[in-house]
Design a protein around this ligand. Structure first.
Ligand SMILES: Nc1ncnc2c1ncn2[C@@H]1O[C@H](COP(=O)(O)OP(=O)(O)O)[C@@H](O)[C@H]1O
Ligand SMILES: [Mg+2]
Length: 317
């Protein structure tokens, strides 16, 4: 097979494109199920692996784990269930190779442990152990919902990628997810900068019904310019990436640009629209065959879409 845009892959450790102590974590989230998070995680992982990077894809959709299927492998023998139940002590021992060179998976829990049930300690432990894994890139497939655990995995990553469909329910869910992440992040900054009383003061100030989170930051700046600007700087470091999946028309593609404008206006944050994925019947064909899309249909139009997205995520344009 040939995937010309993706460059020639090499498993040679010396030819890795980044030193391995700079492991990057990318999380793939979004408001609801069925929007393509696992598809994106699997195929972005494959693209990176084909480029010669060492990649580990981790299924954190606890309770609905199916990333292994998108990568075309059966459920690995050891999954996060074994780690959470302490049957396996070391996260490294869950790393399972896939038939794709450079690409391994840590599979999600196969019992009914939902991510909401994950204890603070367990979450912290997983996050701290990620850096010990031998990889250039670790991709986290987050699953649906806006529980604190999901939000924290999203926030803790070096890059957070949102997947949305070009339909009103999905767009609403995506804003809801961004809003939840924003509030969670604000809370963390509040604690870090000990901003609590000032935020309360800003919140209690007479505000109009249409007041936005961006207005809140501006009120903090009015109350205390130094702290306010620090807060603004912290928030501006939050730049979620956006992928619109299953596009059929130019209007669908343009939704990403509108969402970018709305996020700037409402939240005062930059949403980085990294690209779209066409609606393509080869997706369900590959799912049905339990084969990874990019490997099974290397000539699909989606290959170009993924290529563009990955280059954007890598900041190569
Ligand atoms: N670009 C696409 N074209 C066609 N079908 C798609 C596309 N993206 C996703 N799908 C379909 O949607 C289903 C859900 O995708 P999935 O990645 O499992 O979503 P999530 O992980 O967000 O729940 C897939 O099984 C596939 O059939
Ligand atoms: Mg999924």
């Amino acid at each position: 097979m040939s995937l010309p845009h993706l460059g020639s892959g090499s498993a040679d450790l010396n030819s890795r494109l980044t030193p391995h102590n700079s492991t990057k974590v990318w999380s793939i989230g979004g408001g609801k199920g069925g929007v393509g998070k696992s598809l994106v995680t699997a195929n972005v992982s494959i693209c990176l692996a084909l480029m010669g990077y060492k990649v580990i894809a981790i299924d954190l959709d606890l309770g609905g784990a199916n990333l292994h299927t998108c990568l075309g492998i059966p459920i690995p023998e050891r999954t996060l269930s074994d780690y959470l139940s302490k049957k396996v002590r070391d996260l490294k021992d869950l790393v399972t190779p896939t038939p794709i060179q450079n690409l391994s998976i840590i599979s999600g829990a196969q019992d009914d442990v939902g991510i909401a049930n994950l204890k603070q300690m367990q979450k912290a432990k997983i996050l701290s152990k990620l850096s010990e894994l031998d990889a250039d890139f670790i991709l986290l497939d987050l699953g649906a919902g806006t529980t604190f655990n999901t939000l924290d995995f999203f926030i803790s990553a070096d890059q957070g990628v949102l997947t949305a469909l070009p339909e009103p329910t999905s767009i609403e869910n995506t804003y809801r997810f961004i809003k939840s992440v924003y509030h969670r992040k604000l809370k963390m900054i509040e604690d870090l900068l000990e901003l609590g009383p000032i935020i309360d003061q800003a919140m209690n100030a007479k505000i109009s019904q249409n007041s936005t989170p961006a207005d809140l930051v501006n009120r903090v700046i009015e109350i205390n310019p130094e702290v306010g600007h620090k807060l603004k700087a912290e928030i501006s470091r939050f730049v979620p990436k956006l992928i619109i999946n299953q596009v059929r028309t130019q209007a669908d593609i343009d939704i990403g640009f509108s969402m970018k404008i709305i996020c700037r206006k409402y939240f005062g944050i930059d949403l980085d629209y990294v690209g779209y994925l066409e609606y393509d019947a080869t997706v369900w064909q590959s799912v049905k065959k339990r084969k990874p899309l990019l490997m099974e249909f290397p000539n699909s139009g989606l290959v170009g879409n993924f290529d563009r997205i990955v280059h954007h995520l890598l900041n190569i344009t």
